[in-house]
Design a binder for this molecule. Structure first.
Ligand code: COA
Length: 147
């Protein structure tokens, strides 16, 4: 993901996370840490054959821990493996960042995403109560130990 992708990313972000969409500034800030020596972030986009941005994902590394910050695919592309490809890319970069484990939070009611993570070997390790606002929805915390 580069700065020129942010406009298309924000459009998808608002569609897919209407209640807690990230702002332009948040993506800019993440991208600031994604390049050059000492980079701690990996942000990637997926495009269809016509060059339309249909997905994006981001990982932050801190010490030996990676965190999946975001992953999203345009609804008309769900179920065709884009999410899996984005996650594969993040996990490859987690290894390159020397992460020993990768964690993520997912809404307890987001079964589709949980299934994707489960297929990749993520296991539930706990809950964060009321993590998602508004709505006070709990987050399931999942962890992948073997990269
Ligand atoms: C969660 C999300 C990223 C998954 O993306 P996706 O592109 O649909 O993921 P995939 O296509 O890789 O996998 C989804 C399903 O498609 C199936 N699939 C994968 N490749 C396939 C292919 N080539 N042909 C047919 N089916 C396929 C998978 O088996 C999987 O099915 P399962 O969940 O029953 O196991 C997407 O639904 C999304 O953006 N949701 C809204 C935002 C969101 O919730 N993000 C996560 C926040 S924690």
């Amino acid at each position: 993901m580069r700065w020129w992708d942010i406009r298309a990313v924000l459009a998808l972000e608002k569609e897919l996370f209407p209640q807690d969409a990230w702002s332009k500034g948040m993506f800019w800030s993440e991208l600031t840490h994604s390049r050059g020596q000492g980079a701690t972030r990996r942000y990637v986009v997926a495009e269809d054959a016509g060059g339309r941005l249909v997905g994006y994902a981001g990982l932050a590394a801190a010490g030996d821990q990676g965190d999946v910050q975001t992953i999203a695919v345009a609804e008309d592309h769900w179920g065709s493996g884009v999410g899996a490809r984005l996650l594969t890319d993040l996990l490859e970069h987690a290894s390159a960042f020397d992460c020993a484990e990768v964690l993520l939070e997912v809404r307890v009611d987001n079964v589709r995403a949980q299934k994707l993570y489960h297929r990749f070997g993520f296991e539930p390790i706990g809950f964060r109560r009321g993590y998602y606002q508004p709505g006070n929805v709990d987050a399931l915390v999942m962890r992948l130990g073997k990269l």
